[in-house]
Design a protein around this ligand. Structure first.
Ligand code: GLA
Length: 478
């Protein structure tokens, strides 16, 4: 989940000011609390290649440099997304692509502390998709920073067949709109194409039907809700694409509906699919959720309201099964029902439902951190212990087990974890004994493991910077 600028803004006016304003809007609007995390510039003329072949920040547009922008994003408890291209130039040709510079460029992204890199497919004449993206994966791995690898070949090379071992998400189709203008009929074609690929999706490897158009000019409130329901049902990446500074209350309500987000972020990661069509009405199901319940979507693309019966056999259950049904937009539960449930659905509208044997509809973990960066500074001749804490909470229904810090921290750093209900504080302590002047950096990684099954629930990582100064002797970089 996150935000990307392309759908609303295109290349202009992407710059540091815009991105920072969107960061602030993402936090103040409540989107951050709903789980939106990854954000940053798209093809926003972010960097050049210098004469020595190294990527350098475009300081005209990003005066803090790309590392500075990343620090700003991390301090707000968000993750940093950047953009590049697998060919010789990006699509508008305004930025260099990674071809023949894969390893240096992925090292640059790691130095800027990107957590997510979208890699486009323009200007790639003669390149093989699978080989190119595998090389980029190897380069990311060599750069040593955990990074979400977002493939963007618009379905070229059929990445759903091979990209699960190379990246985390792959675009399945053309762009969802031209910048600034939502296009409902194109979005519906994209949803239809993406739906067919449901078997390829799963935890850590997702079909990406493109960034969302919710809240953009050209969509009604009903269409916003229906679009969001489709993306939730398809377990699609929820990258908002609208101007977060100018959202109506209804757009915010759609984008932050935690019950709908809960089915999107469900740990089983199953992509729902169309199980039955009745004229212009589709019934989507096949999406079992972590608590054994099932998500069901009724979508009416017809011109008139439709009365639709969802039979329990549509969702693979016996008609005699008594099920409670939660409406994820009205937030009301009814039942238990036997045999099925009927819904009246207006044109372009949906009924987004969750059916369960029990009258409880838990939301899975929605992880929100106050910061992903700890900056420590030690001055003076004597050894010191410095601490900095970050707090991570879940906005899901249940508390999480204690985060377990992975071994392998440098000797100057230790991390203690304390739990208070749904919040946990990770306190990083740096000890400067024996350290020379210089800058030290570590990435702290922690896992959340479900104690009974031993299965991972979530992972997190954050950066710790330590500056040591005022010691006798020279500077050293670690
Ligand atoms: C392609 C991608 C878009 C966007 C633009 C930038 O069209 O599919 O999402 O990144 O490039 O030029």
């Amino acid at each position: 989940m996150g935000w990307y600028p392309w759908n609303e803004f295109g290349q202009e006016p992407q710059n540091e000011k815009l991105i920072k304003e969107i960061v602030d809007a993402l936090v103040s609007s409540g989107l951050k609390e709903a789980g939106y995390t990854y954000m940053g510039p798209d093809e926003g003329i972010c960097f050049y290649r210098d004469a020595g072949g190294k990527l350098t920040s475009n300081l005209d547009r990003y005066p803090s440099g790309l590392r500075g922008l990343g620090d700003y994003i991390h301090k707000k408890g968000l993750k940093y997304a950047l953009y590049t291209d697998a060919g010789i130039r990006t699509c508008s040709k305004a930025m260099p692509g990674t071809k023949d510079h894969e390893f240096e460029d992925m090292a640059a992204f790691a130095e800027w502390r990107a957590d997510y890199v979208k890699i486009d497919w323009c200007n790639t004449e003669g390149q093989d998709t699978a080989k190119t993206y595998r090389k980029l994966h190897d380069a990311q791995h060599a750069a040593g920073r955990p990074i979400v690898h977002s493939l963007c070949s618009w379905g070229e090379g059929e990445p759903w067949k091979w990209a699960a071992s190379v990246g985390h998400l792959w675009r399945t189709t053309e762009d969802i709109c031209a910048p600034g203008k939502a296009d409902w009929s194109r979005a519906m074609k994209i949803a239809a194409a993406n739906e067919k690929l449901y078997e390829a999706a799963g935890p850590g490897h997702w079909n990406d039907p493109d960034m969302m158009i919710v809240g953009m000019d050209g969509l009604s409130e009903t269409q916003n809700r229906s679009f969001f329901s489709l993306w939730c049902m398809m377990a699609a990446p929820l990258m908002a694409g609208n101007d977060l500074r100018k959202m109506t209350p209804s757009t915010i309500q759609v984008l932050t509906n935690l019950e709908a987000i809960g089915i999107n972020q469900d740990p089983l990661g199953i992509q729902g699919r169309i199980v039955r069509r009745n004229g212009k009405v589709e019934i989507w199901a096949g999406k079992r959720l972590f608590d054994g319940s099932q998500a069901v979507l009724v979508f009416n693309q017809g011109a008139a309201s439709a009365d639709v019966k969802v039979a329990w056999s549509d969702i693979g259950l016996a008609e005699s099964e008594p099920l409670y049904v939660r409406n994820l937009w009205t937030h009301q539960t009814s039942g238990p029902h036997r045999g099925g449930i009927s819904a009246r659905v207006a044109p372009n509208d949906v009924a987004l439902l969750r059916a369960s044997k029990t009258n409880s509809f838990p939301v899975p973990p929605i992880i929100v951190a106050d910061s992903y960066l700890v900056s420590l500074r030690a001055a003076g001749m004597t050894a010191q212990k410095l601490t900095g804490a970050i707090t991570v909470k879940t906005n899901g229904s249940d508390e999480l087990p204690l985060w377990k810090v992975r071994p392998g921290l440098p000797s100057w750093l230790s991390v203690a974890v304390r739990k208070t209900g749904k919040s946990q504080t990770l306190t990083s302590t740096a000890s400067t004994a024996g350290l020379k002047n210089g800058l030290y950096h570590a990435v702290v990684r922690a896992d959340n493991i479900e104690p009974v099954s031993g299965k991972p629930i979530s992972v997190l990582y954050y950066d710790v910077d330590l500056e040591v100064m005022g010691r006798a002797g020279g500077r050293e970089r670690n």
